[in-house]
Design a protein around this ligand. Structure first.
Ligand SMILES: C[S@@+](CC[C@H](N)C(=O)[O-])C[C@H]1O[C@@H](n2cnc3c(N)ncnc32)[C@H](O)[C@@H]1O
Length: 356
């Protein structure tokens, strides 16, 4: 185990399943933007970088015997959990190691149809992001898909100072990390209680601090107390991933395609004016104050002389049947008037947060 690069290794992460990072939802999200999805009914390869406890990988391996699932995580305890989950499910198609991103670059691996990383990109620093990009450049098949999630701006901008204050307290403290984290949260609470200043100007920071006090140490350690913590604008993340030959394809959450439902009419109309697909994503993040993005990128079948994907024709999302009425009502009704078969308004299509 090497090259942690300031990432927390003292405490294991929490267990979680991220439903959008799976062979079912990925083709749906791509198809909603008119991008040819991979065919997961045939044999395929899937790799998850920094898979944590491996719940996604082990479950997907068990459910998709036609796939071969690979992954790395620098914490050996995480790798053990992933292996034992797969063994309990009788899934022999899971191959995971405790490699760092640096050593995984040299691992003997097949070309991948999908490379996925959830909750990794913003937490590992520029050097490790560079290694991830190089891994994708080497291992992703032409036409392959990358799922990546990250803390986004502008949604995180108000709370960057809160994380800075808590991390600065831990940096001058000593002892078990879980106890340091408890002291850091208490100290931030005392700074807030002193009144005025940042917490008076940013009331939501106090709400956030209150929320953190109920969270387990494993979550807090990995979310807030790594050396690096780099929320990015969409264009910054897309720019770094372009070095692996990736082009933005689609938001990974199907609900993020339903702009007519997520935005009131005047904001939706403004967004529709923006023709450039990359600027459009940025404008959407400003209109929704997006704090966290889940995106799908694809690797072009051909590269130009600079190793970059050729400029693609700009895709307009195909209109959903229920978005074709000229002025969708706001707030949206629970039954769609434009398309009798449409289930919009019922779960899960209502899971759209404009402010989070
Ligand atoms: C915030 S956790 C997310 C875990 C998992 N993807 C999830 O969403 O549940 C980030 C993961 O990246 C792993 N990680 C961080 N730096 C790494 C590195 N340099 N090489 C390999 N894994 C790393 C950590 O051990 C941790 O499990």
């Amino acid at each position: 185990m090497t090259d942690a690069g300031g990432y927390v290794t003292e405490i294991a992460y929490t267990h979680g399943f991220h439903a959008q990072m799976a062979p079912g939802p990925v083709p749906l999200a791509l198809a909603l933007r008119g991008v040819e999805p991979p065919d997961f009914s045939r044999p395929f390869t899937w790799c998850e970088l920094g898979f944590g406890q491996g719940v996604n990988l082990a479950l997907l391996a068990a459910c998709h015997p036609q796939g071969r699932f690979y992954g790395n995580d620098i914490l050996p305890a995480h790798v053990e959990t992933a292996r034992s989950l797969a063994a309990a499910a009788g899934a022999a198609n899971l191959h995971v190691t405790a490699d760092s991103f640096a050593s995984y670059l040299e691992a003997p691996l097949p070309p991948m149809d999908v490379i996925a990383l959830h909750g990794v990109w913003s937490w590992v620093g520029a050097e490790n992001r560079g290694l991830v990009v190089e891994f994708i450049r080497r291992r992703l098949k032409p036409g392959g898909v990358v799922y990546v999630s990250y803390n986004a701006l502008p949604g995180w901008s108000h709370h960057l100072p809160l994380r800075h204050l808590m991390k600065a307290h831990v940096d001058q403290d000593a002892g078990p990390l879980a106890e340091q984290i408890g002291r850091a949260l208490d100290f931030a609470g005392r700074v807030a209680a002193a009144g005025g200043g940042y917490f008076a100007a940013t009331p939501t920071a106090l709400d956030r601090l209150g929320d953190l006090k109920g969270r387990p140490a494993g979550y807090l350690a990995h979310e807030y107390f790594n050396r690096h913590w780099d929320p990015q604008h969409f264009s910054e993340a897309a720019g770094e991933l372009a070095r692996a030959g990736l082009a933005f394809a689609a938001p990974a959450l199907p609900s993020d395609h339903l702009d007519h439902r997520a935005l009131p009419p005047e904001r939706h109309a403004l967004l529709r004016e923006v023709g450039d697909p990359l600027l459009r994503e940025t404008v959407r993040d400003f209109l929704t104050n997006q704090p966290f993005r889940r995106d799908l990128f694809t690797k072009a079948e051909e590269m130009n002389a600079s190793g970059l994907p050729p400029v693609r024709a700009q895709r307009q999302a195909p209109p959903l049947p229920c978005s074709t009425s000229p002025s969708p009502p706001w707030p949206p009704p629970t039954a769609c008037p434009a398309w009798p078969g449409c289930r919009r308004g019922s779960s899960p299509w209502t899971v759209i947060s404009a402010s989070a």
